[in-house]
Design a protein around this ligand. Structure first.
Ligand code: SAM
Ligand code: ZN
Length: 293
């Protein structure tokens, strides 16, 4: 009964305007009682769990179907421990930069590789009608829809044409997620911004050094900024977020499961022997926007 009531309320919420993902179509999807439909008759049901599946047959066969269930659940448990609170604080000033604010609606935000939805709700509370999270993992998008039912959640491949109209999105977010730069540029309004986070060079370095032979110090943000620049979106600001925290063995297990899924057998044994340790968390945060002419 409670579920049925929630379903009815949900169907009346304003939602992020989506486009059809059938190859070559890309028409606007409009809401009907039983789902979303485009003018060419393509139809998408709303899953009981509260998300839209816009997956196409080629996505279902994908060799990279998004994060595994184990990785998604480990990320959820990691975030529930509060390890990303500092990161949310570091990102918050950029979420207040609203390009060309419109008074009668929330800014439109597309979150690519949104995962289990913690960041969307933490960064854009009160903007459910404008927010859309996309993830290829069904498990992740189900968890996200349960967490924040008023927002729009889409199971789709963010590496294909994004389900949004040209120049219709005010912000594209990618927090350790997907970065299809030419599509990001296409959907952003002329003043739209992109907020991107990638793991910092020192992220979990102590853990990587203990488990993998050597660990690697890699900084990727400059390469990412170059990719965006080639698509016409320039780096407006860069920040390094870094913290040192103590991890208990179960948090260590989560960190490994969500980050380094290809942990080899020999590395498993080392990981299991780890006790409480101090580790560094680090992320490079980028604010990107249109090139000043
Ligand atoms: C490292 S997680 C980050 C999740 C979330 N942004 C966060 O920070 O908690 C990367 C996410 O991207 C998703 N993903 C991977 N490939 C994708 C694709 N092609 N399209 C959409 N999502 C994808 C994964 O399923 C996973 O949830
Ligand atoms: Zn269509």
């Amino acid at each position: 009964m409670v579920g049925a009531a929630r379903q009815t309320i949900q169907s009346t919420f304003p939602m992020f305007e989506l486009r059809c993902t059938v190859r070559g179509c890309h028409e606007t999807l409009t809401r009907h009682d039983d789902g979303l439909r485009c003018s060419s008759g393509h139809h998408f049901d709303r899953a009981k769990a509260g998300y839209w599946s816009l997956l196409q047959p080629q996505d279902r066969k994908s060799l990279k179907p998004g994060d595994s269930d184990d990785a998604v659940l480990a990320r959820q448990s990691w975030l529930a421990r509060g390890h990303a609170a500092g990161l949310v604080n570091a990102l918050q000033p950029w979420t207040k930069l609203i390009p060309d604010p419109v008074t009668n609606r929330s800014p439109r935000t597309l979150d690519l590789g949104c995962g289990e939805g913690s960041f969307g709700l933490a960064l854009f509370p009160g903007e459910a009608d404008g927010y859309c999270g996309i993830d290829l993992s069904k498990r992740a998008i189900k968890l996200a829809a349960r967490r924040w039912p008023q927002a729009t959640w889409v199971c789709a491949n963010a590496d294909r044409q994004l389900p949004a109209a040209d120049q219709s999105v005010d912000r594209v977010i990618s927090l350790f997620g997907r970065r299809p730069v030419s599509e990001i540029k296409r959907v952003l309004t002329p003043t739209g911004i992109s907020i991107v986070a990638v793991p910092g060079a020192e992220d979990l370095i102590e853990l990587r050094e203990s488990v993998q032979s050597g660990g690697h110090h890699r900084s990727r943000w400059e390469l990412v900024a170059e990719e965006f620049s080639a698509a016409g979106l320039d780096l407006l600001e860069h920040r390094l977020w870094q913290e040192r925290i103590e991890l208990e063995p179960d948090a260590i297990a989560d960190a490994l499961a969500m980050t380094y899924r290809a942990v080899r057998h020999s590395e498993h044994a080392k990981a299991e022997s780890l006790v409480t340790m101090q580790v560094t968390l680090a992320a490079d945060l980028m604010l990107l926007g249109p090139r000043a002419c």
